[in-house]
Design a binder for this molecule. Structure first.
Ligand code: NDP
Ligand code: 8X3
Length: 251
């Protein structure tokens, strides 16, 4: 894997940041993306000690920002071997009849359309080179709908479905496509979902040991470093305390 190029969306926190750190330690060249420029620059400064790091500051839900950023990559960064479609969040946790339109639009625009926009820019060179690996970060929410999860669950069900479709369409070109579907991972995820309410976010992870972003990064590395003939299609990962989208054993 050394010297391969990986592009990670949502590398400014949580799972994406942990993946960027681990890939850098393993010697991959990395393109780290996100909207928070100062975080990207800080991470670049740190990880440049280990590997080559390129930053791209754009919003995945803005088609023109995505295409502008990805079509103007310097020549030496264009041949992306590994794409980690990780950027995404939940916005709100409300019953369907009180859900906010702006939250619904954010989740569909970021989690679904954003993943498509980025993929559309990167897949053609993989097809041309007949190589590549796409890792889509789905969620248990895409496999089991839970109360008040409605639109977030639907957006992740779309990721589940798109992953299968990508694997079929890219099969003739030897491109691997993997979905990783975690359960509860303690990151900034709940802070974003609850719009900065730290107390409410903290409660999500109380009374049991949640997964960490590093746990998921290790899983992504396992998937990416599998032998060429091995394609891990779909992985669900829970903390030991979790049995389904809604069953969590808390002390
Ligand atoms: P974080 O909130 O810690 O990270 C989310 C990342 O996505 C940030 O780097 C953020 O960067 C980026 N992002 C969000 N919106 C946009 C946007 N419009 N454009 C570009 N980048 C964006 O959460 P996680 O690390 O937990 O989430 C990563 C992925 O994992 C998401 O797809 C999430 O749905 C999924 N997931 C999370 C689980 C959990 O329990 N935490 C479980 C299952 C799946 P910035 O704000 O700088 O743009
Ligand atoms: C994040 C996990 O259970 O909060 O996708 O939806 S959950």
């Amino acid at each position: 894997m050394e010297n391969k190029i990986a592009l990670i969306t949502g590398a400014t926190s949580g799972i994406g940041e942990a993946t960027a750190r681990l890939f850098a330690q393993k010697g991959l060249k990395i393109i780290i993306c996100g909207r928070r420029k100062e975080r990207l620059e800080r991470l670049q400064a740190e990880l440049s000690q280990l590997t080559s790091v390129h930053t791209l500051c754009f919003d995945v839900s803005k088609y023109h920002e995505v295409t502008e950023s990805l079509t103007t990559l310097p020549q030496e960064w264009k041949d992306i071997d590994v794409l980690v479609n990780n950027a995404g969040n939940a916005h709100g946790l409300e019953p369907i009849h009180t859900g906010k339109l702006s939250d619904w639009e954010a989740m569909i625009d970021i989690n679904v359309k954003g993943l498509l926009y980025v993929s559309q820019c990167i897949i053609p060179q993989m097809v041309e080179r007949k190589t590549g690996h796409i890792i889509n970060i789905g969620s248990i929410a895409g496999k089991e709908t839970y109360p008040n999860g409605n639109v977030y669950c639907a957006s992740k069900a779309a990721v589940d479905s798109l992953t299968k479709g990508m694997r079929m369409d890219l099969n003739p070109f030897g491109i691997k496509v993997t979905q990783i579907a975690p359960g509860l991972v303690e990151t900034e995820f709940s802070l974003v979902r609850f719009k900065g309410d730290r107390e409410r976010a903290k409660k999500v992870y109380e009374g049991y040991q949640p997964l960490t972003a590093q746990d998921i990064a290790q899983t992504i590395w396992f998937v990416v470093s599998a032998p060429t003939h091995v394609q891990i299609a779909d992985l669900v990962i829970f903390p030991t305390a979790q049995a389904s989208a809604t069953i969590v054993k808390r002390n």
